[in-house]
Design a protein around this ligand. Structure first.
Ligand SMILES: [Ca+2]
Ligand SMILES: [Ca+2]
Ligand SMILES: [Zn+2]
Length: 480
């Protein structure tokens, strides 16, 4: 009996040692990989004192988490810095419960939480040297920004926050008093700020961030730039940089290690993104960790995750629009066959097999989107990892830029069933055509429907009510 127990103990100790050794090896491997990617990144160009910096954060804390080094550098260089916070982070039930011990929070608890988070942003930014009048809160709904972009666009159809239970900003200090929770209102606020401030460099969320508020913040920023005519045709000032906050388990390894580099996830290191590093001194990294600690309502819960952003560099991706190549009329036949697309490079690339769900639903795992145009049509070629399936719904979202009063055009294709087009009628009325074969779905959209010189486009796939995958939104230019 005793011998048996001793043997069991030895086996347990052996397993424990094996797991610990594996974890340590895995962590070292991640650090090695991050170091290699980091060394290949180019440095973010320095600011000049004529630069005007605009930081756009989806929630009260993203500015500190991802841009403390940038803000510190801008303040040291003497550049004006403005911080715009889209939501006060008031839609976080777990956070309200954790901080106020209220498992069933009321509307007023969520608003109180939003006010606390605003105060944390103010404290952090003022500590960094940003003037209080240069911190702007827009007061839009936490967890609602993607809905504002894709569904609740116009003033007549506002979003109702299930947390603060309102469809207008309940905060006294919002940029627009009682701002209506709709896409048009948010875009108007951002456009007006850009119009008055005329930024030369804008830092916003990454289009591939997994948090819907984050990728949608990028979409709104880009639309405001385009609507204000600040970035035409597509490489001119202001330069738009994006920062990543949420992507699977990144930053990997999660640990507070101030001397480690912050590298993009290896899956996103390429894919057409142009990453830059901005190295910061060890003194500034220490300051950054203290700034992160200012966001008490968040740090109480996630200090290791948040502390993982205090590294020897910050990370920014230069956002460039893509130009859709022009082809002859009738070059592309909408027949599902792809020989007519030979030599056309995809304009949007997506990661593959990056979750168990996408592993299983390969027919919904987006690989790439290729685009071409002639005088009258935009042609799209969607590639999935596995064969197009009748079990999956495919949706192309197109936001014309400058934006339309009706917002997004969504084309939902259900193989084997009629397609649906939001805002624009049936496929036969609009002239949209599509066909599929194997892993490819081909589509043709009349340029007249888009109207403007560019379009923000992404591809989403669903199995029933559940999203399988989504490519990042990209800005595609439809003119020369
Ligand atoms: Ca074809
Ligand atoms: Ca994918
Ligand atoms: Zn955030």
């Amino acid at each position: 009996m005793l011998q048996g127990l001793a043997l069991l103990l030895i086996i347990c100790l052996f397993l424990l040692a094996a797991v610990t050794a594996y974890q340590s090896w895995h962590r070292q491997r991640l650090i090695y990989l991050a170091q290699r990617i980091y060394l290949k990144l180019s440095n973010l160009p320095n600011f000049s004192n004529s630069d005007r910096i605009l930081i756009i954060a989806p929630h009260s804390d993203d500015e500190g988490l991802c841009c403390t080094g940038i803000i510190h550098r801008a303040v040291s260089t003497g550049c004006p810095v403005k911080i715009v916070v889209i939501t006060n982070g008031d839609g976080f039930r777990y956070g309200v419960d954790y901080n106020y011990h209220k498992p069933l929070p009321k509307q007023s608890d969520y608003i109180k939480f939003g006010c606390q988070r605003q105060a944390e942003t103010r404290t952090a930014m003022v500590r960094l040297g940003v003037k209080e009048q240069n911190i702007i809160f827009l007061g839009y709904p936490d967890r609602g920004i993607a809905s504002l972009w894709q569904r609740n666009w116009d003033y007549g159809n506002p979003y109702l926050s299930p947390y603060t239970r309102t469809s207008r900003s309940p905060y006294k200090d919002s940029y627009t008093s009682r701002a209506v929770y709709c896409g048009q209102s948010l875009l108007k606020d951002l456009s007006s700020i850009m119009h008055d401030y005329r930024p030369t460099r804008i830092f916003t969320s990454h289009p591939g961030d997994q948090h819907p508020d984050h990728w949608a913040t990028c979409c709104f920023t880009l639309s405001a730039i385009e609507n204000e005519g600040l970035e035409r045709p597509y490489f001119k000032a202001p330069l738009l940089y994006s920062y990543l906050t949420h992507w699977h388990r990144w930053p990997d390894p999660r640990m507070i290690a101030l001397s480690l580099p912050l590298a993009p996830p290896w899956q996103l290191a390429d894919l057409g993104y142009i990453w830059h590093r901005m190295d910061i001194s060890s003194g500034v990294v220490q300051i950054k960790l203290r700034i992160i600690d200012t966001y008490k309502s968040q740090v109480n819960m996630f200090r290791t995750y948040m502390g993982s952003f205090a590294r020897k560099n910050e990370l920014f991706c230069l956002y460039l629009a893509r130009v859709v190549p022009l082809v002859d009329v009738d070059h592309i036949k909408i027949d599902g066959q792809v020989n007519d697309w030979l030599f056309s490079e995809p304009l949007i690339l997506d990661t593959v097999n990056d979750s168990l769900w996408r592993d299983i639903e390969g027919s919904g795992d987006v690989v790439s989107v290729t685009a071409l145009r002639d005088e009258k049509h935009l042609y799209l070629l969607l590639r999935m990892r596995k064969q197009i399936s009748t079990q999956i719904d495919y949706r192309i979202n197109m936001m014309p830029l400058p934006t339309h009063p009706s917002g997004l055009i969504g084309v939902s294709i259900h193989p084997g069933k009629p397609a649906e087009i939001s805002n624009s009628g049936t496929p036969s009325e609009t002239g949209i055509k599509y066909a599929w074969d194997n892993n490819y779905l081909e589509m043709k959209v009349p340029l007249q429907m888009i109207g403007g010189p560019s379009v923000m486009l992404d591809c989403e796939t669903f199995r029933g009510r559940f999203t399988v995958d989504r490519s990042a939104y990209r800005d595609l230019y439809l003119t020369d």
